[in-house]
Design a protein around this ligand. Sequence first.
Ligand code: GDP
Ligand code: MG
Length: 568
Amino acid sequence: MGSEQSSYENFTYDGQNSKPMEGVFHSHLEERVRPYIDLIDSLRLIGIDKDLALPTIAVIGDQSSGKSSVLEALSGVALPRGSGIVTRCPLELRLRKIKCGVQWQAVISYKGQFTEKFNDPSLVEGYVKKAQNELAGEGVGICDELITLEIMAPDVCDLTLIDLPGIARVPVKGQPEDIGQQIKNLIGKYIEKDQTINLVVVPCNVDIATTEALKMAEEVDPEGKRTLAILTKPDLIDKGTEKNILDIVRNQVIPLSKGYIIVKCRGQKQIDDKISLTEATRVEREFFRRHEYFSCLLYEEKASIQCLATKLTQDLVDQIKKSLPLISEDIKKQLWSLRKELSQCESGPPLDPQKRKLFFINTLTTFNDKIKCLASGDMVNDDNLFVILRSEFEKWKDHLDSTKGSLYKTIQEAVAEYDLKYRGRELPGFCEYKMLEMEVQKFVIQLQGPAIDTLRVIRDTIQKQFSDVSKTCFPNYPYLQSVAMNKIDNIQSKQEAKVEERIMEQFEMEQLVYTQDGIFFKTLIYLNDIHATDGQKALKDNFAGFDCRNKHPEMLQAYYERNRLGGT
Ligand code: GDP
Ligand code: MG
């Protein structure tokens, strides 16, 4: 290449003055690379990149290392630049070469919805800034969301590059403490993919071996197979270090299989002086041609933006060629698994209206039959409904049993309290019945909450089982499923209300402490027998035996348990 790099016949636009200028792309590459890039584009267009990683180039580097300057030189379009954090969201720059004479055009899109087309290159910077402000907020924050900027121009190379926020170590005012880590995580997401070519931008005037970006690229690509380093700012080099830089560019210090390219972009002064991009390209060539140490690099195809453009396009195409078999394999795999899923779906309703009706009736009948079987206990699911219900009722019974002990204690305490506070001249054994009645009422009402809880659990259990039936019967008919679920819910709510009313009625009745003497004594004798044989309730002293209040706990227990022994 070297001095033969003379394809200046194309035109580029400078963002600052929007007038056509000479470009950098080598048209002879076009025929070879275009089909591959178009193929990847069409895959991206149908959204394959959501499922598979497509070959792309990610640009990484420290803040102010010259990333945007390099992209600007490649695209011929001014991107937002400045000191500090300027690139705050990943920016996918799709450069598409179009026929000479066709109008320059750009499309910016983000959030998967906003899309704007425009024909004036000077608007790029404003649109990118606006997008960043919308995604990452105004200020210095960053955001993972991708902005896509497609530029169709006759003078660009066919490339897709992703500009990423620069690596920063110290947060500036308004940035979170962990901004460095946030940026690194964001960069990591792009550079870790095997399909991505990592373009690491490093200024010549820093210690290259300790560059964070190069380290990050090394971590994800230890052999440097997909890492290409770009050395910028050769004009700012520390005098005397030229030889070291030469060794680095010649791949003799930190070897990378894709190697190094050195470029010189516009410095701040050249931008301030409004030096156009084309003029900058000329200046760059002159700079290298005349350089005491670097002139040889032009001939070794290791210097200049033009050389970078050619190499990148070639690398991208190589990457695409390498990836195609893998992509095809991946697509086949996904297709296979989707086909398998599809085969599990039934064929669906017939087209003929008459047959369709029959199909509908049959589907509903199957559902009805299943619900009936489930309710009658003829059908047993994985979670056996009757086993679940039985265990819920057992829990209720356990609750009743466990509260019995406390009834006994409560009554004893109430009696003791009566003795202490209210007992007058009466002999032991004569206490107010009203007080005991109140204790029973208090006790019974405590069971109301748990009884209603049990009702809710039972309703939910049944509802879940019925809903499961509707899901298995109508897996492909969501509307039918939702109608069935609604019906189930309605019926359940009605039934639940009825049951709740019955439970409340029962509790209301239980507030009337009353039973028939025969039933009461029968239970009392039965309980006395148990206690006597158990020896648990032996009387504490002789006098106590005459105090019939000592019998109150048993009496109340007898009252409480009369139902169990058959009575009301
Ligand atoms: P980014 O933060 O990595 O995107 O860096 P920029 O592209 O914004 O560049 C940072 C500064 O370095 C800008 O002022 C550029 O003009 C300047 N710059 C970039 N490349 C060169 C170069 O090759 N030579 C000189 N002198 N300045 C450069
Ligand atoms: Mg930048």
